[in-house]
Design a protein around this ligand. Structure first.
Ligand SMILES: Cc1cc2nc3c(=O)[nH]c(=O)nc-3n(C[C@H](O)[C@H](O)[C@H](O)COP(=O)(O)OP(=O)(O)OC[C@H]3O[C@@H](n4cnc5c(N)ncnc54)[C@H](O)[C@@H]3O)c2cc1C
Length: 512
C-alpha cells in the first residue's frame, strides 16, 4: 500500500488575508488525528488541516519501527470499529501491518490534501479578541476556530538523566527513533530499560550482537503471549461474514473489560495472574540467580502488564547479561555502574519510554490568560473528559489526562472522544456558538470524582510507574470500565461549558 504524494492543494484562505484560516487545526496524524479527520470528512466538513511533524501518517506506528514492535491488544480490537480489517496476519499485529492499516485509511479517505507533513507545532495561542487560535508551525502559520491536540501520550521519547550519556562516544538511539542504517551485527550493545519496547526488541537483536547488556531498574511482570498467525480460513471467513469479526471484537472487548475487576475492585484477582506469570518465569529460566533478578516486587498491574514468550529465553542466552546495578555514569564508551564495575559498549539503545505526564506540547499551548498549558497544570494536569480544559476555549485534547488504560484498547477511548468532538461541532453549528470553554467547577468536580476512585487501585499500590506524575498523582489512567467513559462522552454536554454566541445570533445555550 503506497502513500500518494501530498498534493500541493492550497488550503482555503480565510478573511484574514495572508494567514490561511481553517475551521479546525488538528495536530498529529496517529489513530486520533486520522480518526477525527475521517469523522469530519464523513460529516461533510472539509475545512480542516492536519499538522504533522513527521513525513508520514501513523503516529506511534510510524515512529516505532524497532525490531519486534507489536501491539499488545488483539488486532480485532486494536483498530477502528468503523474500519475492520479481516486480513490481519497475526492475532496481535506487528508494527508494519498497523502502520499500513493507517496509511491505507488516510489514502482511502482522501486525507492527504489536508495533511502538512514536516510541520512541527511550535505555538498555539488563543486570541480572545478575534476568537480564534493562532497556530504556528516550523513551516507556516494558520488561524483556526478550533484546535485539536492529537499529539499522543507516547510520542515524545524520554532520555534518562545519566551523567555523561550525551557525550557517549559510540552510537546511541531511542527505541522510538531506531537507526536502521546502523548494523548491530557483532557489536557490544547496551539496552537501557526493561519496559514494553525493550522486552520486544531485545529477543530480536540478541542473536545478532556479540554481547548484550540489558540494564534493568525494576523487573516487570511478564505473562505468556497468546499471539499466533491467523489462518487463511479465518481471514476468508471474516471477509465473507463481517458480523463474525464484529462478534470476535465484542468478545475480546468484554474479556479485556473484565480485567478491570482485578485492577480496581479486588486486587486478589491479580494473585491468580501473578501465579501464571511466576510459573512462566520458572519454566523459562533455569538459573536461580537470574530468576531471582527477574522476580517482580510489586503487584501485577501496578505498571503495564507485559506479554512475551521470548523475553526470558533471550536473557538466558550466553551472550546476554542482565544488569541490575544502577548506572553511575558514562565515560567515553564505558558504562560505569554503582559498584564500580564497567561495561564497554559500541551502541546504547534507550528503551526508556516517553514523556507522559510532562508532555512538551503543554509548553506550546497558550490559553485565554496568556498562560501555557504547562503553567496552568502546576497542580497536576487536568481536563474534563480527558479533552477540554478551563482557560483554553475551542480546544480539545485527544487522549488527554486520565484516558489511558492498563486493560483495554486505546482505540476505544479515542473513538469515544471522536464522537464527543463531532457532537460538539454539531451543537456549535445548531446553536451558532462561537466559543466554548469548560466551566472550572465542572472540570474540578469531574477530576475530584476521578481521583476519588484512585485509592485502593492497583496503580496506587506502591510501585513507581509512568502512570504517576512527579507528585505521585495518577493523571494518566481512566480508573473505571471503558463503557462508562463511552457513556459519559456520548453527547456534548453544553451545560458544563461557558458558551459565547455569534453576536448576531440570539443565545440558545439554555436550550442545550
Ligand atoms: C510501541 C508502542 C506500542 C503500543 N501498543 C499499544 C497497544 O497494544 N494497545 C494500546 O491500546 N495502545 C498501545 N500503545 C499506545 C498508543 O500510543 C495508542 O494506542 C495510540 O496509537 C495513540 O494514538 P494518538 O493518535 O493519540 O497518538 P500518536 O500515535 O502518538 O500520534 C501523535 C502524532 O502527533 C505528532 N506530533 C507530536 N508532537 C507534534 C508537534 N509538536 N507538531 C506536529 N506533530 C506532532 C507525532 O509525530 C505523531 O504522529 C502503544 C504505544 C507504543 C509507543
Amino acid at each position: 500500500m503506497s502513500v500518494v504524494e501530498l498534493s500541493p492543494t492550497p488550503l482555503p484562505e480565510g478573511a484574514g488575508g495572508a494567514t490561511p484560516h481553517v475551521r479546525i487545526a488538528i495536530v498529529g496524524t496517529g489513530f486520533a488525528g486520522l480518526g477525527l479527520a475521517i469523522s469530519l470528512k464523513q460529516a461533510g466538513i472539509e475545512d480542516f488541516v492536519l499538522i504533522e511533524r513527521a513525513d508520514d501518517v501513523g503516529g506511534t506506528w510510524q515512529a516505532n519501527t524497532y525490531p519486534g514492535c507489536q501491539c499488545d491488544v488483539p488486532s480485532h480490537l486494536y483498530s477502528f470499529s468503523f474500519a475492520p480489517n479481516p486480513g490481519w496476519s497475526r492475532t496481535y499485529s506487528c508494527q508494519p501491518e498497523i502502520w499500513d492499516y493507517l496509511r491505507d485509511l488516510a489514502e482511502r479517505h482522501g486525507l492527504h490534501p489536508h495533511i502538512r507533513f514536516g510541520h512541527e507545532l511550535t505555538a498555539a495561542t488563543w486570541d480572545d479578541e478575534r476568537r480564534n487560535w493562532r497556530v504556528e508551525t516550523s513551516r507556516g502559520v494558520w488561524t483556526a476556530q478550533l484546535v485539536v491536540d492529537a499529539t499522543g501520550p507516547l510520542s515524545h521519547p524520554q532520555v534518562p538523566a545519566i551523567k555523561g550519556l550525551r557525550r557517549f562516544e559510540g552510537t546511541i538511539f531511542h527505541s522510538a527513533d531506531w537507526d536502521h542504517d546502523h548494523d548491530l551485527t557483532g557489536e557490544r550493545v547496551a539496552v537501557i530499560g526493561t519496559g514494553a519496547s525493550a522486552i520486544q526488541l531485545v529477543p530480536r537483536i540478541a542473536e545478532r550482537v556479540a554481547q548484550l547488556h540489558v540494564f534493568q531498574r525494576t523487573a516487570p511482570w511478564i505473562l505468556p503471549h497468546t499471539d499466533r498467525p491467523t489462518t487463511r480460513f479465518e481471514r476468508r471467513l471474516y471477509k465473507a461474514l463481517p458480523f463474525l469479526q464484529k462478534a470476535v471484537r465484542i468478545g475480546v472487548y468484554w474479556s479485556r473489560e473484565s480485567f478491570l475487576l482485578g485492577f480496581v475492585k479486588d486486587q486478589r484477582v491479580m494473585a491468580g495472574a501473578e501465579r501464571i506469570a511466576a510459573a512462566h518465569l520458572r519454566k523459562q529460566v533455569r538459573d536461580p540467580e537470574l530468576r531471582r533478578k527477574l522476580k517482580p516486587h510489586f503487584r501485577l498491574g501496578c505498571k503495564r502488564v507485559l506479554l512475551s514468550n521470548q523475553w526470558y529465553p533471550a536473557l538466558a542466552r550466553r551472550n546476554v547479561e542482565l544488569v541490575t546495578d544502577a548506572i553511575r555514569e558514562i565515560r567515553g564508551r564505558t558504562i560505569v555502574l554503582a559498584d564500580g564495575s564497567e561495561r564497554e559498549v559500541d551502541t546504547i539503545i534507550l528503551g526508556t519510554g516517553f514523556h507522559v505526564t510532562d508532555q512538551p506540547t503543554a509548553q506550546l499551548v497558550r490559553g485565554r490568560d496568556g498562560r501555557t498549558l504547562a503553567e496552568r497544570a502546576e497542580a497536576g494536569i487536568q481536563a474534563y473528559l480527558g479533552a477540554t480544559m478551563t482557560g483554553l476555549p475551542n480546544f480539545f485534547k485527544l487522549i488527554g489526562p486520565n484516558t489511558g488504560l492498563g486493560h483495554n484498547s486505546m482505540i476505544f477511548m479515542i473513538e469515544s472522544q471522536l464522537r464527543y468532538v463531532m457532537d460538539a461541532l454539531r451543537v456549535m453549528d445548531e446553536q451558532q456558538i462561537a466559543t466554548f470553554e469548560v466551566r472550572p467547577e465542572a472540570m474540578a468536580a469531574y477530576n475530584a470524582q476521578i481521583q476519588s476512585k484512585m485509592p485502593g487501585t492497583v496503580w496506587m499500590s506502591g510501585c513507581a510507574s509512568w502512570y504517576l506524575d512527579a507528585e505521585g498523582r495518577n493523571t494518566t489512567i481512566w480508573p473505571d470500565f471503558t463503557w462508562r467513559f463511552r457513556h459519559r462522552t456520548r453527547r456534548f454536554d453544553a451545560r458544563a461549558y461557558e458558551l459565547r454566541h455569534d453576536a448576531a445570533v440570539p443565545a440558545l445555550a439554555a436550550a442545550a
